[in-house]
Design a protein around this ligand. Structure first.
Ligand SMILES: [Zn+2]
Ligand SMILES: [Zn+2]
Ligand SMILES: [Zn+2]
Length: 148
C-alpha cells in the first residue's frame, strides 16, 4: 500500500470539492495506511488516539461524506455493522475472504475470476459497472484453535 502525503490528500479532497479539514485528512490517512477493514467505531477509536478532541458524530459524518464522494468504500459483510476501506482510483480492485469466527478480512485478487465475471456479463449482454465478491468461511488461525 502506497503511503500518501498530507499534501496529496488535501489535493484529493479539493478535487472532490471538499474542505480539507484535519479530520478528513486524518481519516483518509488512516484508511490509506491500513489493510484493516475498520467499522465506524474502530475508526473513531483510532482517530481518537491521534486527536483527543475528535468527536464521534464528526467521524461518522465525515465517513458518510467520504463514502458519498467515493473516496471511501462502505462494505457490508452481513455482520450488522458497516466496514470501511480506502478507495482511490490508483488502488487496485480486490475482493474479500471474511472469517465468520474472528471477523478477519483477507484481500485477494484473482485475474481468472475477474475474467470469468466479465465473460458472464458478456454472455448476458450486460454492461458491468462494479462488483463485490465476498467469500465467507473460517480462517486458518480459527481452524487451528478450534477445528470444529
Ligand atoms: Zn473482483
Ligand atoms: Zn478467523
Ligand atoms: Zn478490502
Amino acid at each position: 500500500m502506497a503511503t500518501v502525503s498530507n499534501q496529496e490528500l488535501k489535493q484529493v479532497l479539493r478535487e472532490h470539492e471538499m474542505k480539507a479539514t484535519s479530520q478528513r485528512i486524518a481519516l483518509l490517512k488512516l484508511l490509506n495506511n491500513t489493510s484493516e477493514h475498520y467499522d465506524a467505531e474502530e475508526i473513531y477509536i483510532e482517530l481518537r488516539k491521534l486527536q483527543k478532541t475528535v468527536s464521534r458524530a464528526t467521524v461518522y459524518r465525515s465517513l458518510e461524506t467520504l463514502v458519498e464522494q467515493q473516496l471511501v468504500s462502505k462494505l457490508d459483510f452481513g455482520e450488522g455493522r458497516m466496514r470501511y476501506e480506502n478507495r482511490q482510483e490508483r488502488d487496485e480492485h480486490h475482493d474479500h475472504l471474511i472469517c465468520e469466527r474472528c471477523g478477519k478480512v483477507i484481500e485477494f485478487f484473482n485475474l481468472e475470476m475477474e475474467a470469468q465475471q466479465l465473460a458472464v456479463c458478456e454472455k448476458h449482454d450486460f454492461l458491468p459497472s462494479t462488483h463485490t465478491m465476498h467469500i465467507f468461511g473460517t480462517c486458518i488461525e480459527c481452524r487451528a484453535t478450534n477445528p470444529n
